[in-house]
Each structure stands twice: as C-alpha cells, then as structure tokens.
Design a binder for this molecule. Structure first.
Ligand code: ADP
Length: 179
C-alpha cells in the first residue's frame, strides 16, 4: 500500500530515497528547482549528470544524491506549455510514470515530486496537478515498491490544489497503468 501526501517544502531538504528534479534536457543545471537541487547537492551531481548525455522530454534518469539528504535524484524533463495541443499532457504524465519506473527499478520506498513544468515551463498548475495525481495513483494502484509518494509544493496555491485532489473522490481515469 502506498500513501500519497502533499506538503509545502524546499525539496532539497527532504530525506527520502529520491527527489525528482524538473530538469532541462541538457541535465546540466538551470534555474528554479533544478538550480536549487544542484546548489544543495554540490559539484558531484553535475559531474555525474555530464555522463548521462542529456534526457528527452518525458524521460527520466537516476543519479546519486551527493550532498543532499535524499539518496538519489531522478531527473526528468517536463514539457514546455505551448497551449495544450502539442502533447503536453501525455509528456507530463510520462515524466511522472518514468520517474516512478526508475524508483521501482531501484526498489526505492519513498519519492518526492516537485510540481513539474509549472514554473518557467508555464504549465497551468491546476491541470498539472490533476495529471500528477492521476498518473501516480494509476501507477501505485497496480502495486509497486513505493510506500510514500510526496507532492512537494512550493506555494499555498499548489498545496490547496493537491489537497483537494488527494482528499476528493477517486478519479475514474486513474485506474490505467499505461506503460
Ligand atoms: P519547470 O521548468 O519544469 O517549470 P521550475 O523549477 O521553474 O521548473 O518550477 C517547477 C516547480 O518547482 C514550480 O512550482 C516552482 O515553484 C517549484 N520550485 C522551485 N524551487 C523549488 C524548491 N526548492 N523546492 C520545491 N519546489 C520548488
């Protein structure tokens, strides 16, 4: 059984098996949560990322946590919002699903997600939260090694969106674990 929680925190402070980074496709650092993770993890993270050869939008790659309290970082690249008709929803769902696949492949128990794509990449926060919760629920309901999935929000607005979704009625679209 996996429990899903939302909280407000700086994701770099969380002591979990993996934090997810909303990275860019170079995996060589950037602004927002990406910059915060690289600053807190130290130069070892960048050195490890240089070996990965980048990452496609929707994919996910795992590294060590270096100086972070988290043991691992799962780097995923969210879609840039372009109005919603360019496959953004599928790509955002793929970010969550592929990050969870990485966690499962490494038999991790706890993972924390930031609100992927909702900063500089401009994805509407409410639509992104629906996709995040739906995709995670669909994945964990099929059974996995994870016991805790945290939605790490950076604003009260995002926290309220996630709490409404997590406490609300089940989403009928959540029962598909599409791979
Ligand atoms: P993207 O380019 O995918 O939009 P951003 O880093 O710009 O990524 O923003 C993604 C989300 O991460 C935003 O909701 C932003 O408020 C949030 N965020 C920024 N810094 C942190 C942090 N240290 N911990 C958790 N969330 C953060």
């Amino acid at each position: 059984m996996t429990s899903l929680h939302a909280l407000i925190a700086d994701i770099t402070t969380l002591k979990v098996d993996a934090i997810v980074n909303a990275a860019n496709s170079s995996l060589l650092g950037g602004g927002g949560v990406d910059g915060a993770i690289h600053r807190a993890a130290g130069p070892g993270l960048l050195a490890e990322c240089r070996l990965l050869g980048g990452c496609r939008t929707g994919s996910a790659k795992l590294t060590g946590g270096h100086d972070l309290p988290a043991r691992h970082v799962i780097h995923t690249v969210g879609p840039v919002w372009q109005g919603g008709r360019h496959g953004e929803a599928e790509l955002l769902a793929a970010c969550y699903r592929n990050s969870l696949e990485q966690a499962e492949a490494h038999r991790l128990h706890s993972i924390a997600f930031p609100c992927i794509s909702t900063g500089v990449y401009g994805y509407p926060a409410d639509e992104a939260a629906v996709i995040a919760v739906r995709t995670v629920r669909g994945f964990v309901d099929a059974g996995c090694t994870l016991t805790d999935v945290l939605f790490c929000c950076f604003s009260e607005t995002n926290l309220a969106l996630y709490q409404a979704l997590l406490n609300g009625p089940p989403d009928p679209a959540a029962n598909e674990r599409s791979r």
